[in-house]
Design a protein around this ligand. Structure first.
Ligand code: ATP
Length: 591
């Protein structure tokens, strides 16, 4: 474990926080005003001991009631002014940290929303969630209280020390003796706190990812009776997380008392030698009291320094983790050709397309042309590369340049927005938001009218089901559509794609969960509304694809057969076998 921790190579605080510079720059003015308030807070507060000292010295002479009242009123004025400035200092500086947190969170979300499918195959949702929530809070703490208290200490120290030098420079030098030891302690503890913080956040990510995966797969967990086994696995992660936190607490626990001991040492020296200076009448009692009060005023900035180091180190560790996300550039970007059209007609061409996932070939030498308005079906065994082929068309993954063309122009030269808006993609695994059916169908088209939604649902064969729901289109579908059947989810996704009236409609095994009778009805209505639009149907079922103008058979990433239903049956190959097998299944079912 210790090795794992020492394997972390933290960058310096400044390197980690550098990406925050533009955010800080945006709030230059409030930061400046807040800092001015901070300086004024300290400047007024530092007058307090001086007045107390003067009052004590005057007590030893013939002081009048009037003079005493003046001192009292002065102290009251100082306290009021300090309170006023402190309020504005906190309001402005802590407010800025919240504003920066807001900006950073929005940017992070926008950044995540633009990442490609490839990015998400290598990331765990729980880890991303931790970075967007817990890590961001630590950065905010470093920005708000962190900057405010460190600036406060930075202002308090020189002001107090200047007053102390003015009162007695020899005592001041004595008091400053432990300072080099303080800076060594800060450096030592700071480095270790940083390492542990980074490691703890990584552990917290593991923990969150585990919770997220278990909650998402809770049905599976129950079906396989894995509740206890998973609870035990979770317990191990949880224990490790707490153990690392305890180490950090121990470290912090040693840090603060060390600072207090050093401060106590300074007090001891001042009390001993300052007291002697009073006895020998080198300084007055008032001066000694004022001096001690300045020291007391430095206790909080000193403690704050310890706390701030902790905040900065945790914030820097978290900022480093957020940077890792912010610096991953989306690998699928918009680089349109000057002649990229604003509209797409729908002619598709795969030109000698080969594609691999991390060196593992998924498609080999695919040559296929689909005319605009044509319906093409793709069949083939599982893992043949069917989904890969269509995801390259929508640039969910980037194909080799020039190997996938739309209307004669390589897909990478089209505007990404135009390209994706032209394609209505119903993926194999449907995703529904925990919202109403209406919102799910009108996703991306919030202004869609009722008639258009009902029409899309009718074509998708969903309208009859909706009539049976007590709240119709306003029925809530539960998280990821948990309250709908598999077939209803698929049909909701089809309705969503149809509502956009795309030039190209892709159904990737999108009818696998509906019975063949319903499927036939949907396909018939689909054929009517998609007339003139390019349609790609992917399926394992002959019944889905038989009426397509062209049927392509993919096997191990290669096109092995293509033609119409009749041509492929006559050929007696894979398609023929599939047809015979499914015919037999149907007969058996009927029997
Ligand atoms: P199915 O009918 O089961 O959906 P398919 O014909 O659609 O299969 P693809 O999903 O295109 O097949 O997968 C083709 C090959 O690419 C498979 O071997 C699969 O393991 C691999 N593959 C698919 N997606 C990825 C990915 N994101 N990363 C790595 N390999 C992948």
């Amino acid at each position: 474990m210790a090795d794992e921790i020492s394997a972390f190579k933290p960058k310096t605080i400044w390197e980690q926080f550098r990406p925050l510079r533009p955010y800080l720059g945006r709030y230059r003015r409030p930061i400046l005003v807040g800092t001015l308030m901070l300086v004024l807070t300290n400047a007024t507060w530092m007058l307090f001991p001086r007045v107390v000292g003067a009052a004590i010295d005057s007590l030893q002479t013939s002081v009048t009631h009037q003079q005493l009242l003046t001192y009292a009123l002065l102290l009251l004025g100082i306290a009021l002014a300090t309170g006023f400035f402190r309020f504005w200092m906190r309001w402005i500086l802590i407010g800025v940290s919240r504003d920066i947190e807001y900006d950073l969170r929005n940017d992070l979300f926008r950044h995540l929303a633009h990442q490609s499918a490839h990015f998400y195959t290598s990331q765990r949702t729980g880890d991303l969630m931790t970075r967007a929530t817990s890590d961001l809070s630590y950065v905010r703490m470093a920005l708000g209280p962190g900057i405010m208290y460190s600036a406060n200490s930075l202002a308090a120290f020189p002001l107090a020390i200047a007053w102390m030098v003015y009162l007695d420079w020899r005592l001041t030098l004595l008091m400053l003796l432990p300072v080099p030891v303080v800076s060594l302690a800060v450096k030592f503890f700071g480095q270790h706190i940083h390492k542990y913080s980074e490691y703890i956040q990584a552990k917290f990510s593991d923990l969150t990812a585990r919770v997220q995966e278990n909650l998402a797969g809770v049905r599976l967990l129950r079906a396989y009776c894995q509740e206890e086994a998973e609870s035990r696995a979770f317990d191990r992660l949880n224990r490790d997380y707490v153990a690392q936190n305890e180490k950090l607490i121990r470290l912090q626990g040693m840090f603060w008392p060390s600072l207090e001991v050093l401060l106590g040492l300074a007090f001891l020296l001042v009390l001993w030698l300052g007291g002697r200076a009073v006895i020998t009448e080198r300084i007055s009692v008032g001066t000694f009291v004022a001096f001690s009060q300045y020291m007391l005023l430095l206790i909080w900035p000193m403690i704050a320094l310890g706390w701030v180091v902790n905040l900065f180190e945790r914030g820097a560790a978290s900022m480093g983790r957020i940077n890792q996300l912010l610096t991953t550039t989306p690998d699928i970007t918009d680089r349109p050709h000057p002649n990229a059209p604003a509209q797409i007609q729908g002619t598709i061409e795969f030109r000698n397309l080969s594609f691999s996932y991390n060196g593992r070939p998924a498609l080999r030498n695919i040559c296929l042309r689909v005319e605009a308005g044509q319906t093409v079906a793709i069949v083939g065994p599982t893992g043949a590369g069917k989904s890969t082929l269509v995801s390259l068309l929508a640039r969910l993954y980037d194909p080799p340049p020039g190997s996938v063309l739309l209307d004669g122009l390589p897909v990478e030269e089209h505007r990404l927005r135009v390209l994706r808006e032209a394609i209505g993609f119903v993926p194999q695994e449907t995703f529904l938001f925990s919202d109403t059916l209406r919102e799910n169908i009108a996703f991306g088209l919030p202004a869609a009218d009722e008639k258009a939604i009902v029409d899309a649902a009718t074509v998708a064969g969903l309208a009859d089901d909706v009539r049976d729901f007590s709240q119709g289109f306003d029925t809530l579908v539960g998280e990821r559509g948990l309250t709908l059947s598999g077939g209803q989810k698929q049909r909701t996704a089809i309705a969503r794609a149809l509502l956009h009236r795309p030039r190209i409609l892709i159904l990737d095994d999108a009818l696998s969960s509906v019975d063949t009778y319903t499927e036939e009805k949907i396909l018939r209505r689909l054929a009517e509304v998609t007339r003139g639009r390019t349609t790609i149907l992917i399926s394992h079922r002959v019944s889905t694809v038989q009426h397509a103008a062209l049927i392509v058979v993919l096997k191990e990433g290669k096109i092995v057969e293509q033609g119409t239903h009749a041509q492929l049956l006559a050929r007696g190959g894979y398609y023929y076998d599939l047809y015979q097998k499914q015919l037999l299944e149907e007969e058996l079912e009927q029997a």
